[in-house]
Design a protein around this ligand. Structure first.
Ligand SMILES: [Zn+2]
Ligand SMILES: [Zn+2]
Length: 286
């Protein structure tokens, strides 16, 4: 049976830095954004989805503004969004707080940011807040596309992970970020797939741990003159592997700049210690 296009996209992504699933999600979202410039003008159902979602979420809004959105398309989408919001706002009426409102509001402020924050919508209902607060009916269309791409990529990965060539290419890749690894492990269709995912991750973590040990060792004044080796960028790689790649390329470019800055920091740090100064650059993640 022929492989889907995602199979070949994954093979390409294995050769590049970063989580291959994150990379495919970003590429899929970018394709959607490029097409949106035309679809939102010609297709009323596309604009309906934006109205129901109250526009993009924060991450996708800035990805759209920074890279893809043309002025005409943006104006058409957000004219619809605001027209609809204005109607809803005019229809809203003040409601007296319910019996439990003050208690619920107090609990809400205590729970926000805690591991029980998922209870806050229930408290809002108890307090009658949902009737007064404007709530989008649908998720951000960019998030919907991203979730679809994520599912497609993980499914294609798991479908082929026991093919020798594919498995080899995957084992040589950066591996999955932690959020995507968790999803792939949970969805692994058989033991061999599960074990391949775990083994690649353990090997990647071994390498990262060795490199971070090396960073820490070279902070010791006795070893600071040793040249920077493969550990360069390892702490940043560890953070990205645990979190996943950014949702937009703007941030990726910033990270690249950030890594280029590191050798300068180390040279400057050494130069200052050579001149007897205690000055250090503020701690940066390398
Ligand atoms: Zn990922
Ligand atoms: Zn979004």
């Amino acid at each position: 049976m022929p492989h889907p296009a995602t199979y070949y996209d994954l093979l390409d992504a294995f050769r590049l830095d970063g989580c291959p699933v994150c990379r495919l999600c970003l590429a899929g979202t970018e394709r959607y954004f490029d097409s949106l410039n035309f679809e939102c003008i010609n297709d009323a159902s596309v604009r309906d989805r934006f109205r129901a979602a109250h526009g993009f979420c924060r991450q996708h809004a800035y990805q759209w503004l920074g890279q893809h959105g043309r002025v005409l398309a943006t104006a058409i989408i957000y004219k619809d969004v605001y027209t609809d919001l204005r109607e809803k706002l005019r229809e809203l009426r003040y409601e007296e707080p319910g019996t439990f409102a003050s208690l619920a509001a107090h609990l809400r402020s205590r729970l926000m940011g805690s591991r029980f924050s998922a209870l806050t919508p229930w408290l809002d209902r108890l307090a009658g807040r949902r009737a007064r607060v404007l709530v989008g009916e649908d998720p951000c269309p960019g998030c919907v596309v991203r979730a679809r791409e994520e599912e497609k990529a993980i499914e294609a990965l798991l479908d082929s992970i026991d093919e020798p060539g594919f498995e080899k290419a995957y084992s040589l890749s950066t591996g999955l970020c932690l959020p995507h690894l968790k999803r792939a492990l949970a969805a692994a269709p058989h033991q061999a797939a599960f074990e391949t995912l775990a083994e690649v991750e353990l090997a990647r973590q071994d390498l990262l741990l060795d490199q971070m040990d090396e960073i820490i060792r070279k902070e010791d004044p006795r070893y600071q003159d040793e040249p920077v080796g493969l550990e360069r960028g390892a702490a940043g790689r560890a953070v990205r592997a645990a979190t996943g790649s950014p949702w937009s390329r703007i941030e990726t470019d910033r990270e690249r700049l950030h890594e280029e800055w590191l050798p300068v920091a180390r040279v400057s740090s050494r130069a200052s210690s050579a001149t007897g100064s205690n000055w250090r650059r503020p701690g940066r993640v390398s």
